[in-house]
Write a protein that binds this ligand. Structure first.
Ligand code: GLN
Length: 190
């Protein structure tokens, strides 16, 4: 299985480390041509405005949209923002998931937090979610399944068919279950 990690900005290296730990071939993606032959793509956390600007400058936006017609994509944190249809500003987004997102919904860097999460479909009990200036999903379309909410009701993980988006950072933990969950989606699609 070949998984690409969009490597324009943010914590793409951490995702690659997780993937390699799981025995998967991981590729850092910076050019449209590198999307060919991938089975799935991860968009890491980072600054979604920067990721969007660099993706635009490097002519990656439409190639990623085309790739996503037939292949799974997972965005974490800033990557979730970049996958959204509507983030309430004019920053570039892929519009892959029919959701409205509020950026930095839990405050500033110092208000970063962790919480034990119950994620629908994830075996093995709760998952320790790490939230760093995290977004929250405010609204979803009818094709979007909410798979995790915080205790306060905030939506922090969704699935729309072969697309997955999480507000938190599984790549910053040693717990590979969400990576496994995404790889299962990739196996089902290929
Ligand atoms: N605050 C960032 C954004 O909205 C996301 C932060 C992150 O990925 N850790 O783009």
């Amino acid at each position: 299985m070949k998984i690409g990690v969009l490597a324009l900005q943010g914590d793409f290296e951490e995702h690659c480390v997780c993937l390699k730990r799981l025995g998967v071939e991981a590729f850092e993606i910076r050019l449209p041509s590198q999307l060919q032959e991938l089975d799935g793509l991860i968009i890491p956390g980072g600054e979604s405005t920067t990721i969007g600007k660099l993706a635009t400058d490097f002519d990656l936006v439409d190639p990623i949209r085309n790739f996503a017609r037939s292949s799974p994509v997972w965005g974490t944190c800033g990557g979730l923002v970049f996958m959204a249809r509507d983030v309430g500003t004019d920053q570039p987004t892929l519009g892959l998931i029919d959701m409205v997102v509020e950026r930095n919904a839990f405050g500033r860097q110092v208000e970063s937090f962790e919480e034990d999460l119950q994620i629908t479909g994830l075996p093995g009990g709760s998952f320790r979610g790490i939230f760093i200036r995290a977004p929250r999903v405010k609204q979803v379309g009818s094709g979007v399944r909410i798979i995790c909410k915080l205790k306060d009701g905030s939506i922090v993980a969704v699935r729309q068919g072969k697309f997955l988006a999480t507000s938190f950072h599984p790549e910053l933990t040693d717990d590979d279950r969400v990576h496994h969950y995404f790889l299962d989606i990739v196996s089902q699609e290929n």
